[in-house]
Design a protein. Structure first.
Length: 209
């Protein structure tokens, strides 16, 4: 009788261990909060986060206050990013092409009431708004990223240009280079109204259990 009870206890122990290893009964793991900022050379920019918040980015052609900044540069408002890191991202063209674009982050620059901005500089080779040439000086905080098939995909880490220290998760920039599209005049007006939504977009929504 004692031996039978011992076997039963052993079987129950094996079942309990299997339950622990399988994760049954554990709280589900929630997906990481993320932010994606997309933009092109003609004022088409958008902010999207993983909770479903989305908003166009305001933009303007305005003086760049960064080192050697040009008088009229395509500048996107980033909707008040908390703890934006200043610096320049140098974009390398496909092998042998040299420098194709510069993405500059200016934490104190204001666009349509939105504090914190990035400037899209490109070579003056077509009719895009960004094609103004490059600034005459650089930030000391520099990184270089490749352009692949006309796209620049960049996720900065702490201390790198464009890192948002107060964001609730990683921020990825997806930038389209050398794409000539009609200028979105309607976004100029729409951009003026998005600043009031800015702080909402950088925070993860509180969900009830």
């Amino acid at each position: 009788m004692h031996k039978r009870r011992q076997i039963g206890v052993t079987v129950l122990g094996v079942i309990a261990l299997a339950v622990v290893l399988s994760g049954v009964g554990q709280a589900p793991v929630r997906a990481q909060f993320t932010v994606t900022i997309s933009a092109d050379e003609n004022g088409n920019g958008r902010f999207i986060n993983s909770t479903g918040f989305t908003s166009p980015l305001p933009f303007a052609l305005q003086p760049d206050p960064g080192p050697g900044g040009l008088a009229l540069a395509l500048t996107y408002g980033m909707l008040n990013p908390p703890g934006l890191v200043a610096g320049d991202v140098l974009v390398a063209e496909p092998p042998g092409g040299g420098l194709g674009d510069i993405i500059r982050f200016n934490p104190q620059e204001v666009v349509a009431g939105s504090l914190g901005a990035f400037v899209f500089y490109s070579l003056a080779d077509d009719a895009s708004l960004a094609d103004t040439g490059f600034p005459t000086a650089d930030y000391t905080n520099l990184v270089t990223v490749p352009e692949i098939n006309g796209l620049i995909t960049y996720t900065p880490t702490a201390g790198q240009p464009g890192f948002v220290a107060g964001a609730a998760g990683p921020v990825t920039y997806v930038l389209t280079s050398d794409a000539v599209v009609p200028e979105p005049a309607s976004l100029t007006l729409l951009g003026l109204g998005v600043a009031g939504l800015a702080s909402y977009g950088w925070q993860k929504r509180k969900r009830t259990a």
